[in-house]
Ligand binder design. Sequence first.
Ligand code: NCD
Length: 339
Amino acid sequence: MARGGQGTQAGEGAAAGSLRHLLSVADLGADGIAEMLRVTDSFVEVSERAIPRVPALRGKTVVSLFFEDSTRTRLSFETAAKRLSADTMTFSASTSSVKKGESLRDTVETITAMGIDAIVVRHGSAGVPWQVARWTDAAVINAGDGWHEHPTQALLDCYTIGQARAGAASDVEKVFAGLRVAIVGDVAHSRVARSNVLAFAALGAEVTLVAPPTLLPPSLAGWPVTVSHDLDAVLPGAEVVYLLRIQRERASEALLPSLREYTAGYGLTRDRSRLLRPDALVMHPGPMNRGVEIAAEVADLPCSVVTRQVANGVAVRMAVLFLLLSHPAQLEPGVAVDG
Ligand code: NCD
């Protein structure tokens, strides 16, 4: 696909304030990610207020265009838009004219004709957000395209790591320099893994993928990672352990002898959690399959930041919508946020 494409190197990126769309982590680069996380700090503060709402995007309309199942990502974007006082519209493929045979292009052009400002798109096919961006004047945000990318998940994960290890996004580059991150599980089918590898590596982390050979992509050429098939060997050195769901809807189960064997080799079981460093963070994008990639009691340990990831997701998406939809001159901290 075009811009950002299927590549795995986070390129130079652009200043987050001058972006038109957010399609790939590669659109941002290290500086763009850091800027996005700094703006997120303001919105975390807004989210903690008794009335977590600011007028920053009053009069703007944000549409969520979801062709795949989603709970947290769709609700997170819609909550973010509402907290910025934008109007929201929800499109869900199962109850739309797509059922009557309408093409993706006609759907996008119809929605655009209503006068909207942003489209948040999730689709089962890689590259769809790039196509949508060619058919609309609105800002397009990739909320997950097939196995390819999920840039706002990567941003919220970077923010959560920065927050847990330094307390503030301003220290993010220091936090990530040389940080040892293990991404464990179904990397082959994971858009989260692709976006997170780009983002973590761009910020200076050392990323190790831990998975059985059948759940790794056929080629890792150009991926800035090392690979291991031995979770027990990797855990004692890992400062962040990022677990991925077995993507059953993408037939990944067929690539394993059994889920029980997968858990025995690659699950973060209670026994295995004793190998974690005392300061390790355990992360998961959700939805979790407790008892498969993570034991129920490990998911609830204090080192697990899964619910913090969800909470930060709203603030990160507020930052993304704000930076894409407001005038760059409004970006001075404390100015536009409060209108
Ligand atoms: C992920 C997704 O849909 O890509 N979930 C999410 O957005 N929070 C990961 C997954 O489904 O396993």
